[in-house]
Ligand binder design. Structure first.
Ligand SMILES: [Fe+2]
Length: 314
């Protein structure tokens, strides 16, 4: 089975309409490359707006992907708290986060995509995270890594933390699938970079500090242990808008955060094949291929050139 991993769509009918067309092109490209299942690791909507969840539903429907056997999803920080688009938003953001009912927002998100949770295994409650979903050769595990808002510890509502309750349930779920011969992939929004990796691509020391304080996932050590003991081979995530393929503690991690928004402006995604031969890295039961669609960048470049010519002529 071929699994397409796409992340950080940041859909917004109001501010980021180009993300909508980029997403459609990425999905079309993945289907043409044989994708059987799609994984979206959070930040579906840019501003946690119901209209944008609806928009994503319609896009999935249009490609015949609005079903649990075709698509899996986890929640991102923008799906709960949104983000700031204007100067006024920046000023009001802390107040908005304080007012946000976290549990209600998670419920709203999962209710918009209830078709994608059909036949999922969830230990003992009505909560949607964590969950397990069996595919033909692989079991997918979905976790909510979005931390609650705090003026001090989570001032931009962008840090991550997996609650103790979720960690206990995930351990139970992994125990339940202990004897399966299927491979195991975990889906989560936040990244697992080492501290030095977090700062590797940033532009300034100050920005590095701000970024590492506001984008981090707390409690990674405990999560590594749960993943290792549970036999997770591959972790799919997003959150920072870049493409990364890295290993930690014998587990392979893929970041598809630049699928739609990224410095290179080239929409990209991963295709993970759970049937083909391994490529020698950790997560060796899977072959991984990075796909990108350079045509969009070329089109943007041509537009820029035209604008430049117009400026010169005037
Ligand atoms: Fe994010």
């Amino acid at each position: 089975m071929k699994i397409a991993h796409i992340s950080d769509l940041h859909l917004s009918g109001s501010y980021k309409r180009k993300n909508i067309s980029a997403l459609k092109r990425v999905i079309k490209h993945a289907l043409e490359n044989g994708a059987d299942h799609f994984v979206f690791t959070g930040d579906i909507a840019d501003n946690a707006e119901e209209n944008d969840f609806l928009l994503f539903r319609k896009i999935l429907e249009r490609f015949n992907l609005l079903s649990s056997d075709k698509t899996s999803i986890v929640i991102g920080n923008h799906d709960i708290f949104g983000g700031a688009q204007t100067a006024e938003d920046v000023v009001n953001f802390p107040y908005r986060c304080l007012k946000t009912n976290y549990a209600e927002k998670v419920k709203l998100f999962t209710s918009f995509f209830k078709e994608l949770f059909v036949d999922t295994v969830r230990p003992g409650t009505n909560e949607f995270f964590p969950y397990a979903k069996e595919l033909r050769n692989t079991v997918l595990f979905g976790v909510n890594s979005i931390d609650r808002y705090s003026r001090i510890k989570n001032p931009f509502a962008s840090n991550g933390r997996v609650s103790r309750e979720q960690k206990e349930k995930l351990t139970l779920l992994l125990e339940q699938f202990k004897s399966t011969t299927k491979k195991k992939i975990l889906m989560i929004h936040h990244h697992f970079y080492k501290k030095k990796d977090e700062t590797a691509t940033s532009e300034s020391a100050l920005w590095d500090k701000i970024e590492s304080y506001t984008m981090k996932l707390r409690g990674k050590k405990k999560l590594f242990k749960i993943f290792q003991e549970g036999g997770i081979e591959l972790v799919l995530h997003g959150h920072s808008h870049e493409i990364r393929d890295y290993q930690r503690k014998g587990i392979r991690f893929l970041n598809a955060g630049a699928s739609i928004e990224g410095k290179t402006k080239i929409p990209s995604y991963f295709i993970i094949d759970d049937e083909s031969l391994h490529d020698g890295k950790a997560g060796k039961s899977f072959s991984v291929e990075l796909k990108s669609i350079p045509g969009i960048k070329e089109a943007a470049f041509i537009r820029q050139q035209k604008e430049f010519v117009l400026v010169v002529e005037s």
